[in-house]
Design a protein around this ligand. Structure first.
Ligand code: CA
Length: 407
């Protein structure tokens, strides 16, 4: 019996992981006690949804390792992966794990705490324009803040690329001298505009600005590719509000994707026991920090410990304890028929790809594909496989893990 090349590669690089039903079927995948046991969900199924009857078994293969500390990834039309290194450069990674020279030329990033080069997205017309968007923590005279730049990615014969026409198109204001909660994700919409998610900069009291319409902290924005507010944004007619705001009352949104109807879904980091899935709608208030699940890192109630209010939107789903969400994808590939229409959410603390099976805009089932490392981003490849970017913060390195269905 001879080993096929594929099996050889698998032997060298990967560990087959069976994510089978280790726990009782139909029970929640989370078995740890909640941080806020006295809090109750607003409706049935808002947290701890049951596992599927038959969780999908997967194979996992490390296709690239020892990469610089990455934050995000996007597939190029040719199947290669464009990744952001937190230090402020891009790389292109092939399916064989070959890594390009650093692609330089982006604006300087403030590499502090959670800051650095963050998300990357391809413009809808990338095939013609080569246009990409990146988000990053921008050093400013009065601190730092999340900004978005646009650039043209010019692919080179040698497998690398260069950047041209680099321009900062959007700046979250105000700046703040902090290390935490920059967000962020960039989600191009079908009409070519962009949703941009950010954080509220974490510290009390600056975080209160998540509730203020004159402040860019703790918001989701909708902007044009030139960085202008999109006509029809919900607060355009309000002279006391930023025209670019789409929704408010967010904490630190590091997961975002569109579904097959073009609607934006997000997962944001909560405090201890308050990560939440939302379907952010125009002009609505998602509560932070006045209304939230969970408790503070110090174990105290958040603000008044209020979890429900008529003034604010309930999350579609929440996690206590947290998964610590990173990237997010809507699954529409062919390789996992069971996951059609599901959300795949990276979990830093969960060290897993969290699979949310949806029904009527609620989470009907939650499963987890254990990756054994902090998952920093999740994408669906052109082959329908799921790709997880992992991080080892201690070593400052990342890997890319390809997840396929077990044979
Ligand atoms: Ca909320």
């Amino acid at each position: 019996m001879s080993l096929t090349p594929r099996l050889l590669a698998s032997t060298m690089l990967s560990v087959a992981v069976l994510t089978g039903p280790v726990l009782a079927q139909g029970q929640p995948v989370e078995t740890a006690p909640p941080n806020a046991p006295h809090q109750t969900p607003a409706f049935e199924g808002q947290t701890r949804a049951p596992q599927p009857e038959q969780p999908v078994e997967t194979d996992q293969q490390v296709i690239a390792e020892g990469l610089p500390h990455l934050w995000a990834m996007e597939f190029l039309p040719d199947g290669r992966m464009l990744v952001t290194a937190k230090s402020g450069v891009l790389h292109i990674v092939t399916q064989d794990g070959e890594v390009s020279e650093p692609i330089t030329g982006l604006p300087e990033v403030d590499l502090v705490g959670q800051g650095g080069l963050l998300d990357v997205a391809l413009a809808n017309d990338f095939a013609d324009s080569g246009r990409i968007f990146v988000s990053f923590s921008e050093p400013r005279e009065d601190g730092n803040g999340t900004s978005v730049a646009s650039a043209r990615l010019v692919l080179a014969e040698d497998g690398g690329a260069s950047l041209e026409d680099v321009e900062v198109i959007f700046r979250q204001e105000p700046s703040y001298d902090g290390r935490l909660h920059f967000g962020s994700r960039i989600v191009p919409t079908e009409d070519g505009n962009l949703y941009v998610t950010v954080g509220e900069r974490s510290d009390d009291p600056i975080r209160d600005q998540a509730q203020e319409l004159q402040s860019g902290l703790g918001k989701i924005f909708r902007i044009t590719p030139e960085g202008e507010p999109v006509e029809g944004n919900p607060f355009m007619d309000n002279p006391d509000a930023l025209d670019s705001i789409w929704s408010l009352g967010h904490r630190n949104v590091q997961s975002a994707t569109l579904d097959d109807e073009g609607r934006l879904w997000t997962v944001e980091h909560g405090a201890r026991g308050g990560d939440e899935l939302n379907l952010p709608e125009a002009g609505k208030n998602y509560g932070w920090p006045e209304v939230a699940y969970g408790i503070t890192y110090g174990g105290e109630p958040i603000e008044g410990g209020i979890t429900q209010s008529a003034e604010t939107e309930q999350p579609v789903y929440y996690w206590d304890p947290v998964i610590a969400p990173s990237g997010m994808a809507y699954y529409d590939g062919d390789a996992f028929p069971e996951w059609q229409g599901d959300f795949l959410v990276g979990g830093l603390v969960a060290q897993a790809v969290v699979v949310l099976h949806m029904a009527d805009d609620r989470v009907a089932q939650e499963a987890r594909v254990d990756v054994g490392a902090r998952v920093r981003d999740v994408r669906v490849g052109p082959d329908g496989a799921v790709y997880a970017v992992t991080e080892n913060r201690g070593a400052g390195t990342s890997s890319i893990v390809k997840i396929t269905k077990a044979e």
